[in-house]
Design a protein around this ligand. Structure first.
Ligand code: MLT
Length: 269
């Protein structure tokens, strides 16, 4: 199946569904679309089944609430039900990682492995919550473009900005495609998300953590903390992606694809 609009119990979602074999769900960050993972889908669909939905509020999916991490996780469950998939590997970048951790709470029996990119287990502290509120006011008053101008410099790393300015432009375009309601909903969900520290302390699934070495939003020490939470005996690995910022899979697609391919092939043996 190629790109389609699927109608689940939770509403309609734009989804890419390519390849066959082990189901792997790719969850994008904020404020992206499923196009974030296009390069990984292209490369990995020769060996696994790659399923990349637009999250509620973005891309071709429904733009209505409720907007919470648990609701996004319920949307993933509804999508798996619709596709008649019992178990899947979850790959999430940043907010996609928060959703993958929410899935581990919501439906632990369906998650076979996790790949968490440029993300963290912690909830927002008071200062971060305040920034979310400021951003909500900004996007409501000044529109999406103003928010994108604020966020884009932190989204892509210094190397990408200097060496691949075309990628920064493309990322800006993807971010600008988000509707105000989807952005406000996601900011609310990000602000109010629960802490996932205990979830990860109990995570008994193989876990890959990857982070761009120039990520300033969820920097390396956050990835190290995340890996450190995983219970002893869990298969886990930490990969640092050189020359990438926060959207590592988009900035250094081959490097991220390579570590994902290794990780996924270990889940198939
Ligand atoms: C993301 O890329 O999903 C966001 O940067 C997450 C966040 O702001 O916490």
């Amino acid at each position: 199946m190629g790109p389609v609009i699927v109608h689940t119990e939770n509403g309609h979602f734009g989804v890419d569904d390519v390849g066959s074999g082990l189901p792997v769900v790719f969850l994008h960050g904020f404020p992206h679309t499923r196009a974030l993972w296009a390069q990984q889908l292209f490369a990995l669909s020769v060996s696994v089944r790659c399923i990349a939905p637009d999250l509620r509020g973005f891309g071709e999916s429904l733009v209505s609430g409720p907007f919470t991490m648990e609701q996004y996780a319920s949307d993933v469950a509804a999508l798996l039900d619709h596709l008649r998939i019992e178990h899947a590997v979850l790959v999430g970048l940043s907010m996609g990682g928060y959703i993958a951790m929410a899935c581990l709470r919501h439906m632990p029996e369906r998650v076979v492995a996790l790949a968490l990119c440029d993300t963290q287990a912690n909830a927002d502290d008071e200062a971060a919550k305040q920034k979310r509120n400021d951003m909500i006011r900004m996007v409501e008053a000044d529109g999406v473009d103003a928010l994108v101008r604020l966020l884009l410099p932190g989204m892509v790393g210094q190397s990408t900005q200097m060496l691949r300015p075309d990628l920064a432009v493309e990322m800006g375009r993807m971010m600008r495609s988000a509707p105000v309601a989807g952005i406000v909903g996601a900011l609310t969900a990000l602000r109010d998300r629960p802490d996932s520290t205990e979830t990860m302390r109990r995570a008994a699934v193989p876990t890959l953590v990857a982070v761009g070495d120039e990520d300033v939003i969820t920097p390396l020490h956050k990835a190290e903390e995340l890996v450190g939470l995983l219970p002893r005996g869990t298969r886990r690995r930490l990969d640092v992606i050189a020359g990438a910022g926060h959207v590592s899979c988009f900035e250094r697609p081959s490097a991220v694809t390579h570590v994902l391919a290794e990780f996924l092939s270990a889940q198939q043996t």
